[in-house]
Design a protein around this ligand. Structure first.
Ligand code: FES
Ligand code: FES
Length: 160
């Protein structure tokens, strides 16, 4: 096994010090080291988007990053959005618009949507669909996901 490396990572506003194997994926660090299992792992090779988190405010595949690459960075995971009984407006919108079935893709969808809502005007549904093109859902047909995000465009607190 390779020698562990010390890293300091801010996750959802909390600073974590850890010694990690250089080959440990960021997704596995979040799930297994920090216990933040909201980030899901699907394909593990950068295709499905289930593992999407925000790194310094930009969406990124946590299955394509090593934990050591997150050293000194700020990470946001789906746990930053809300919790049961205290969901964010975006999560409520997914609920209201039936934007999930199995829910496996949902954390990645929410984090990509957060990124999109913070940065882009999302004038048309096509803008939303293009923005979501890196996130695969095999259940919903996307219509309800697009509606849930559309309902949040321009709302204050849409993506905290
Ligand atoms: S698990 Fe990372 S893109 Fe699929
Ligand atoms: S809700 Fe099942 S994969 Fe998207």
């Amino acid at each position: 096994m390779s020698k562990a490396r010390e890293i300091v990572v801010t996750v959802n506003g909390t600073v974590h010090h850890a010694a990690v194997d250089p080959r440990l994926l960021l997704a596995d660090f979040l799930r297994h080291t920090l216990g933040l299992t909201g980030t899901h792992v699907g394909c593990e090779h950068g295709v499905c988007g289930a593992c999407t988190v925000l790194v310094n405010g930009d969406s990124a595949r946590s299955c394509l990053m090593f934990a050591v690459q997150a050293d000194g960075q700020s990470i946001e995971t789906v746990e930053s959005l809300g919790r049961i009984g205290q969901m964010s407006a975006l999560q409520e919108s997914f609920h209201e618009h039936h934007a999930l079935q199995c829910g496996f893709c949902t954390p990645g969808m929410l984090m990509t949507a957060t990124d999109l809502l913070r940065k882009y005007p999302l004038v048309t549904d096509d803008d939303i669909r293009k923005g979501l093109s890196g996130n695969l859902c095999r259940c919903t047909g996307y219509d309800h996901i697009v509606k849930a995000i559309r309902a949040m465009v321009g709302k204050s607190g849409a993506a905290r």
